[in-house]
Design a protein around this ligand. Structure first.
Ligand SMILES: [Zn+2]
Length: 241
């Protein structure tokens, strides 16, 4: 019976290993996606920042053109001014000229605001570029390794499962069946160790009589609460899950 218990403990260790691989099968593709998505997101973000900056430049060019138009108009009016004899017309043209000047100085202060906006936008673009480079670097560093790990997991699981099945073949069918059911239905834990007089998995207190039986190792003992196969830890302890 002790041999059977040792075999079950070894099987549980292998199933714990399979369990860790299963977690990785779930986690690693998520990590991979996250890395790929962060590059995509950074690319989209950079594009958005560059678009904002391009919009500012476009506004700047439009305002520069407006200033030029206004200034040329002003010059033209100024030359016309010298040719005007009529006082009323002179006044009208003069006020037109001063209107243009006011307009130009208004546009110039808008230009200053835009210049500040452009400086801020320039910094945002630089930050977005750095973010993208960082994301791309991370992808270069990790993608290959992650894909390699993901591809290898199924093979590793198969190997460990084969080793576990070899062990299972040395046990009575009923024991293997119970073990298999526990693995399937009880969170991959079929074996529970006696931990200070309680089931090491569910915590249910083990009766005094059962504790003695655990030491004797004459039959299989199950936790009264969770149904797992109870045993004392062997001296060469199996690592706990
Ligand atoms: Zn239990």
């Amino acid at each position: 019976m002790e041999d059977q218990l040792r075999t079950l403990a070894k099987m549980q260790t292998l199933d714990n290993e399979i369990g860790r691989y299963r977690v990785l099968q779930h986690e690693l593709p998520k990590q991979l996606n996250e890395i790929i998505e962060s590059v995509e997101q950074a690319t989209i973000n950079l594009l958005a920042c560059e678009t904002v900056r391009a919009e500012i430049s476009k506004k700047q060019r439009a305002l520069e053109a407006d200033i030029k138009t206004h200034q040329e108009k002003g010059k033209k009016y100024a030359t016309q001014l010298s040719e005007i004899k009529n006082n009323k017309e002179y006044k009208a043209l003069n006020s037109e000229i001063s209107y243009l000047k006011t307009k130009v100085s208004e546009i110039e202060s808008q230009m200053l605001e835009l210049m500040e906006e452009d400086n801020a936008a320039k910094e945002t673009v630089a930050a977005a570029k750095a973010e993208l480079e960082k994301a791309e670097q991370r992808k270069r560093d990790k993608e290959g390794d992650l894909r390699h790990q993901i591809d290898g997991l199924e093979t590793k699981i198969e190997e460990v499962r084969a080793a576990r099945n070899d062990l299972a073949r040395t046990l009575p069918v009923m024991v293997v069946k119970h073990y298999g059911n526990m693995i399937k239905n009880k969170s991959n834990q079929a074996v529970a160790y006696n931990r200070d007089g309680s089931c090491g998995v569910c915590g249910f207190v083990i009766r005094q009589q059962t504790r003695i039986e655990l030491q004797l190792m004459r039959k299989l003992i199950f936790c009264e609460n969770c149904g797992r196969i109870l045993m004392n830890r062997f001296i060469v302890a199996e690592p706990e899950a």
